[in-house]
Design a protein around this ligand. Sequence first.
Ligand SMILES: [Zn+2]
Ligand SMILES: [Zn+2]
Length: 130
Amino acid sequence: MGRIRVNNPLNRCIVGGIIKAVCACGFETDFMGGSGRQNVDEVCYAPALCPACKIFLVENYMKENPVCPKCDAAIMFYDSSALQAGRNDRQTPAEENIAAPGLFILPRTSCFCPKCEKMTMKFIHTGCWG
Ligand SMILES: [Zn+2]
Ligand SMILES: [Zn+2]
């Protein structure tokens, strides 16, 4: 599948990005995305949502059929268009060409907030790890 990483111009890290998810309602959480020093073909931490519990999760994007640790329901990763307010319209055609199949792309458009349940949550890249 090739090299997997949280690949976004907001996230210029090779192996892992420190990401903040933040919403106007007060929801805020920091997490480490990507692979760090682990095998990029096996590990890529990415933001996700349990649609049943409405909780924010950080799960391994490379895992087959990841489920919610609370309720066992299938989770959705935030690269799903269902969790995004609109097209990732700040992504340029060149960036789209870089995005290989299986690659997690951190959305730059507003996303579904697990707290207020509006499409007003944003991801901000704050640093690198790994
Ligand atoms: Zn759940
Ligand atoms: Zn919110």
